[in-house]
Design a protein around this ligand. Structure first.
Ligand SMILES: [Zn+2]
Length: 328
């Protein structure tokens, strides 16, 4: 914990997690456990995720008697063992793991579920239920079975002390079955990959949907009393409203540039990236084209652009506000 504070005191820079992990103890327990907020333990596990991130944050939220594990995402055995040890330490203090919860179906968030469950089953004789939104269960198919579906608005209340109630929020956009979890008492929001501590969030159609994503950001923005965001990657975000505003305005600016490029004659994601993503390195262009496609689909749904049968995008003559859907 002290190391976490010292690392944070060094500034919320892009290398924060690297600095955090840059002590020998960080790679062994118990100092790897980051408890930014009492009863919210962040345990970053190494994953093959999208650069610049190298880890996915697994969260263990616990009361005196129960534990919820969110997103055990590492496919690597050493990382899975380290996480299992972390869970064992909490269990040894008299708790049980109640559920393993998935924010969404992407591999870097789910790859460690079976390993953790096998470990818990060996110790306890029974597997722990895996829970997620039903669209996440759909996306996972045979890859991983979800035992129970969580709907928007469900409140997960932990037995024991202190009082911990997490309200599930269906927040699609980055992934179609994405869930966030809001703790009204502390103002903490498990934001999954909708808001991350560093790097940017890729909206990749059709699993990703820009209209849904902006709606989800607005819903998160409308929560009262937000104090901290615990994202799927990078450090905790201590200025939630500013961060969400920054995300929304970044997307609006991109959308304006993209619409301007279409009006100017660019008709494919490739041409648009060449014009509107001048600040993006060429090696990232393929990914940028996916993001542009997500914006184009939103503009099409808004009525600002149309798509021909050949997949060519054109600006519509009568262009309504590009931010038609409650984004003023
Ligand atoms: Zn993701």
């Amino acid at each position: 914990m002290l190391h976490a504070l010292k690392t944070l005191a060094g500034g919320l820079t892009n290398d924060l997690v690297e600095r955090f992990l840059d002590i020998p103890q960080a790679h062994r327990e118990p100092t790897r456990r980051i408890e930014f907020l009492p009863n919210y333990l962040c345990f970053p596990v190494r994953t093959p995720t999208k650069p610049p991130a190298t880890h996915t944050n697994c969260y263990l939220i616990f009361s005196s008697s129960e534990i919820l594990v969110i997103d055990p995402g590492s496919p690597y055995e050493d990382e899975q063992q380290a996480l299992a040890k972390c869970a064992d330490d909490l269990i040894a203090e008299g708790r049980i793991v109640r559920e393993i919860i998935l924010t969404h179906a992407h591999p870097d968030h789910v790859a460690g579920v079976d390993a953790l469950n096998d470990h818990l089953a060996t110790a306890k004789g029974a597997r722990v239920p895996v829970t997620a939104h039903r669209l996440t269960a759909d996306s996972l198919g045979n890859q991983l079975s979800v035992d129970r579906c969580i709907e928007d608005g469900e409140v997960l209340e932990l037995k024991g002390e202190p009082e911990i109630k997490l309200r599930a929020m269906f927040t699609p956009g980055h992934a179609r079955g994405h869930l966030c979890f809001y703790d009204e008492r502390t103002g903490a929001l498990i934001s999954g990959d909708n808001i991350v501590g560093f790097g940017s969030v890729l909206i990749d159609p059709a699993d990703g949907n820009m209209r849904d994503y902006l709606d989800s950001l607005e819903r998160m923005r409308a929560l009262p009393n937000l104090s901290v965001l615990f994202g799927g990657h990078g450090p905790a975000v201590a200025n939630p409203y500013e961060k969400i505003d920054e995300y929304i305005s970044h997307r609006r600016q991109r959308e304006e540039l993209i619409l301007a490029a279409v009006r100017d004659g660019a008709s494919s994601p490739k041409e648009i990236v060449a014009r509107a993503y001048v600040d993006v390195a060429p090696k990232a262009h393929a990914m940028a084209e996916r993001a542009v496609l997500a914006h184009l689909e939103k503009l099409e749904a808004d009525g600002s652009v149309s798509r021909t049968a050949d997949g060519i995008f054109l600006a519509t003559a009568e262009t309504p506000s590009p931010f038609g859907r409650g984004l003023g």
